[in-house]
Design a protein around this ligand. Structure first.
Ligand code: C2O
Ligand code: CU
Ligand code: CU
Length: 467
């Protein structure tokens, strides 16, 4: 069944040139300016999701609003003071940023968890422009399920020339019809593909509509911050192309998604799309996803104003990421297996919450989840060397595997052709073996886990050391 999207959220995004911050309906955007620290506070909030009455007990970084879109500048120091307004411990991780290990936000591995009413100052310089996100890495399951997932944009040195920039945070909530919170995980889900949400949202709205300038060039930044769902995205009858995947400009093209072959966007993944808006006002471009093979609306873009008569060819290409190419002739191969847990009970995750059992393992070792120092690294890499990681999925479930602090590129899969684009996350299909290559340039202990959070919290989580 195909639902008509609601037409009640119309707002102009921005004019040519400077971006109008806070111009996107229901989404606030914060731009860091050099030398001024930002203050974030994790806190409880109430918010009405979709048509439901307000849900009490959600978590955000703002009062009665979704987490703001955080905008930083490439190569500019950012300082973000995070105060924990929750009762439980937390920490904040900047997903996809290649920054110093001490600022990576992983409890016990890089910092002590932040206690209630304590503040931790994160200070880092993002080296790459692109689309990233931020979320807790302590009590991850509960805090992300209740809403602590925000988009992080690192702006280019030179504006590529878009007329509008639309951040899209895809996230499901587990809610009853009356708006009350349902249990955020199930043992059945954790042992299988994960537990799906009941309320699908875009920027905490249900199928919102945003205005875009007619005939203008629009940058869509679609971020899957959900704990479980693999979105299968496509935009029918639209002129555009994919310009970046998981934060990094493409080095090899990705086919324009269609209903028959949609773009799979797994938890943790992002895609940047350049669109050319229709020339006539009041035309609607709709992004859709497949749910049980049916097309369902995600969000709509409605054209407004006189045509800007732009052309996709006018965009400046994104600047390729500056990272050393791994040397495949000297690269040592490390085997990494993802599978069931050999035990099934007991995990001790310190102050960061655990399920009390494990279902999953990496190299036959089940890990507790957020706090993972106790068992030693999955593999140890030498700084300045090239490696191939051979990732084998020994299970019938999907696992979006994510590595902190470093990026890698796919070499080959036993199941499909994979473009060789740099990434921090890769989806392992059932029984799939993917080899990826990296150059180990960033020293430290880097979390390495499945981004289906129920899997992460029940064993599919470890770390890779670069020494
Ligand atoms: Cu998106 Cu370990 O994180
Ligand atoms: Cu990460
Ligand atoms: Cu998984």
């Amino acid at each position: 069944m195909f639902q008509t999207p609601k037409m009640n959220r119309r707002n102009f995004l921005c004019g040519a040139g400077a971006l109008a911050l806070g111009g996107l309906a229901g989404v606030s955007q914060i731009r860091a300016s050099a030398g001024t620290p930002l203050s974030f506070r994790t806190q409880k909030t109430a918010y009405a999701i979709g048509e439901r009455p307000a849900t009490e007990g959600l978590f955000s970084f703002a009062e009665n609003a979704p987490p703001p879109v955080l905008r930083l500048k490439r190569n500019q120091v950012a300082r973000i003071d995070v105060t924990n307004g929750l009762e439980d411990y937390t920490s904040i991780h900047w997903h996809g940023l290649r920054i110093a290990n001490a600022m990576d936000g992983v409890p016990y591995l890089t910092q002590f968890p932040i206690a209630s009413e304590e503040t931790f100052s994160y200070e880092f310089t993002p080296p790459d422009a692109g689309t990233f996100w931020y979320h807790p890495h302590c009590n991850t399951m509960e805090q992300m399920a209740y809403g602590l997932t925000g988009i992080l944009i690192v702006e280019e040195d030179e504006d590529p020339g878009f007329d509008a920039d639309v951040p899209i945070n895809l996230k499901d909530f587990r809610l009853d019809d009356d708006g009350s919170l349902l249990p955020y995980f199930t043992a059945r889900g954790a042992a299988r593909g994960g537990t799906l949400g009941t309320a699908r949202t875009v920027n905490w709205q249900s199928a919102p509509e945003y205005e875009i300038p007619s005939g203008g060039l629009v940058r869509l930044r679609i971020v899957n911050t959900d704990l479980t769902r693999v979105y299968k995205v496509f935009l029918p009858n639209t002129e555009g192309h994919i310009i970046a995947w998981n934060g990094n400009p493409l080095r090899e093209g990705i086919a324009w998604p269609t209903q028959e072959a949609p773009l799979w966007l797994a938890p943790g993944e992002r895609v940047d799309i350049a669109l050319r808006a229709p020339d006539v006002a009041d035309e609607v471009v709709q992004a859709q996803t497949l749910i049980a093979r049916q097309a369902q609306p995600l969000f709509s873009l409605r054209t407004t104003g006189v045509s800007k008569k732009r052309d996709l060819g006018e965009l400046k290409p994104l600047v390729p990421v500056e990272v050393r190419e791994p040397d495949l002739r000297t690269a040592e191969t490390k085997d990494i297996l993802f599978g069931w847990s050999p035990e099934g009970t007991g995990s001790n995750n310190g102050l960061c919450g655990d399920f009390g059992y494990t279902f999953w393992s990496i190299n036959r070792n089940p890990w507790p989840g957020d706090a993972m120092k106790r068992s030693g690294p999955v593999v140890e890499l030498k700084q300045g060397e090239s490696y191939i990681l051979k990732l084998t999925n020994k299970s019938p479930n999907l696992h979006p595997i994510h590595l902190h602090g470093l990026i890698f590129r796919p070499l080959r899969s036993n199941r499909r052709a994979l473009p060789s684009n740099w990434t921090d996350t890769i989806l392992l299909l059932k029984g799939e073996v993917i080899e990826v290559a990296l150059f180990a340039d960033n020293p430290g202990d880097w979390a390495f886990h499945c981004h289906v959070i129920e899997h992460q919290k029940s064993g599919l989580s470890g770390y890779i050391s670069v020494v």
